[in-house]
Design a protein around this ligand. Structure first.
Ligand SMILES: [Zn+2]
Length: 400
């Protein structure tokens, strides 16, 4: 048993001064030590010059894109996807594995202990498991144009291989327009956790509602049929049975107030990746409105291919700047909650139930839960806002 007496503790997204915590070291996973939280009480000794927090939750990530540097390419969303697909095909398996390891290492250094990881090829499952980072692995299904081209069996065998290294894993559709309708329908009937990129740009609504725009013309050039259905993407996903509480929606930039209501009612969660959205010139996601509607939102670093450096504090600052630029600001405490307790709900709380774990984890310094802990070395910081402004991977140290 050990009393930790930090300067301040991040509790449910808020920096609280004058508290200390009793922990008992539990199990170790890779480089990460888990602690059982036993008791919290007012400070009784001299505080250590650092802050204590649960690690950050990276709600949306692609470790395998680490070596694909496109974030300064100036490409818009759809051109970027096409270029990314091209560059992916030039990489060999060894490159992919090495990139996943580097990206997992940088996530760790940035204080990330839990990830919603989209995986297409091999590498991220092993990298996460060796580092000890937890989370969920979404094995991406992309069968673009018709189910006869479906790689479902192939993807399923990838999932089986990856699950040997990382048990919290399931098949997941990449995006509404990159996955055939019959495959999406299949996902709607099952009840495993999924994460789907959606409403990232205006192109997707244009494509499904009017069969117009770059997605539509690219498909026509390749001889594929229209998928016009007159429905906005969120309504379409709802009809397919995909909107519910086991679903994480990634990006959610181009949505209207009806879409937000529909998401809130369904219990689906959202991963917000502001740096990636900005790079690809996507609309700014309406996070204020989503939170006000009761939607749980997490923050995703996505990948260096669209977000730049792996630095969780940089992403938190981007969340703040993006919300301010929309004239719909977020409180520092909301951003820190999205980074920790609430973010975990978008990649975690439901999954404990799905994975039939006996004791669900609460991603907070709460008595009764077993979690990893990080020290944030910013001795003069006293407020949540300062913590977000001044933090960097250099201030992070993992508790051992
Ligand atoms: Zn993504």
């Amino acid at each position: 048993l050990r009393w930790i007496r930090p300067n301040g503790i991040v509790l449910n997204g808020e920096l609280q001064m004058g508290m200390e915590v009793l922990v008992s070291p539990s199990y170790k996973k890779g480089r990460i030590q888990y602690f059982e939280i036993l008791e919290l009480r007012p400070h009784t000794g001299i505080p250590e010059p650092h802050l204590l927090s649960v690690p950050f939750v990276n709600a949306h990530s692609h470790l395998e894109y680490f070596g694909i540097d496109l974030h300064l390419s100036g490409l818009d969303y759809f051109e970027w996807i096409l270029r990314l697909t091209e560059l992916k095909s030039l990489q060999n398996a060894e490159d992919v594995r090495a990139n996943c390891h580097k990206a997992a290492e940088l996530n760790f250094k940035s204080g990330v202990g839990w990830i919603g990881e989209h995986s297409d090829r091999f590498g991220s499952a092993v990298a996460l498991s060796e580092m000890g980072i937890g989370g969920w692995l979404y094995q991406e299904v992309l069968d673009f144009y018709a189910p006869e081209y479906s790689r479902f069996d192939e993807v399923h065998s990838r999932l089986q291989t990856n699950s040997k290294h990382f048990q919290r894993a399931s098949l997941s559709p990449h995006a509404p327009h990159t996955v055939h309708e019959s495959t999406l329908r299949k996902f709607g009937r099952e009840f495993a956790p999924i994460s789907i990129h959606t409403n990232e740009s205006k192109l997707e609504n244009e494509f499904f509602i009017n069969d117009e725009g770059l997605i539509a013309t690219t498909r026509k050039e390749r001889g594929f049929p229209s998928r016009r259905n007159g429905l906005g993407v969120i309504e379409y996903l709802d009809q397919l049975g995909i909107l519910n509480r086991r679903t994480q929606l990634v990006h959610v930039c181009d949505v209207n107030i009806d879409d937000i209501g529909r998401i809130a009612k369904s219990g689906a969660t959202v991963a917000h990746c502001p740096r990636s959205n900005q790079t690809l010139r996507c609309p700014a996601a309406p996070i204020r409105e989503l939170l006000d509607a009761g939607v749980k939102v997490g923050i995703g670093l996505d990948s260096p291919a669209s977000s730049g450096e792996i630095d969780f504090f940089e992403e938190m600052r981007a969340v703040e700047l993006t919300a301010n630029a929309r004239g719909k600001p977020l409180k520092a405490e909301e951003i820190l909650r999205m980074s920790t307790t609430m973010g975990f709900h978008t990649v975690g709380s439901f999954y404990g139930e799905y994975a039939k774990e006996r004791t669900p984890i609460v991603w907070d310094v709460t008595p009764g839960t077993t979690i990893p802990l990080i020290e944030i070395h910013l001795p003069h910081v006293r407020t949540t806002e300062q913590l977000i402004q001044e933090g960097s991977p250099d201030s992070i140290q993992w508790m051992t």
